[in-house]
Design a protein around this ligand. Sequence first.
Ligand code: FE2
Length: 187
Amino acid sequence: MAKNATPRYTVPGVELKDAGRLIDVLRLRLHALNDLHLTLKHVHWNVVGPHFISVHQMIDPQVDRVRDMADDVAERIAALGGVAQGTPGSLVSERTWDDYSIGRADAIAHLGALDVVYTGVIQDVREAIKEVSPIDPATEDLLIEQLRALEQFQWFVRAHLESAGGSLATAGSHTEEEAAARGADLG
Ligand SMILES: [Fe+2]
């Protein structure tokens, strides 16, 4: 992760060193969102099986929305006086999570794995909100709005994995592979 992102100018009312902290936090959020929309497209392309069309079609609006979120985060970084680092090499070298691990697989397996992906992204957004909250309400507001949308998308994913009794087929899974295997039992 980039350190010392202190800019030469920033938005009025925010100290330069605080702006540097915001830019650091947003840099990883930008990586997470760029990773997520690429991963969602990967699922859109590689899902197979009887639930193909519903999952294939459910994913694209999420791709579009997550791309917009990345754009909003990148432009907030720029407004704060920082560099919006959007290159794939810096994403891969600075991210704190592994690449999505499922290739061609049925819909329920991918949705189980996506549930784990969304959990990781959402937990990290909540941590980011705690960090920016004492410094800048505008950045906090941006992240809160994104958190709400990401949680809605995770609900769309989880609704496919839920039994009529209300339990999640993937409950307790900590890895994409584990969640995909438990989801496959449901399918
Ligand atoms: Fe497509």
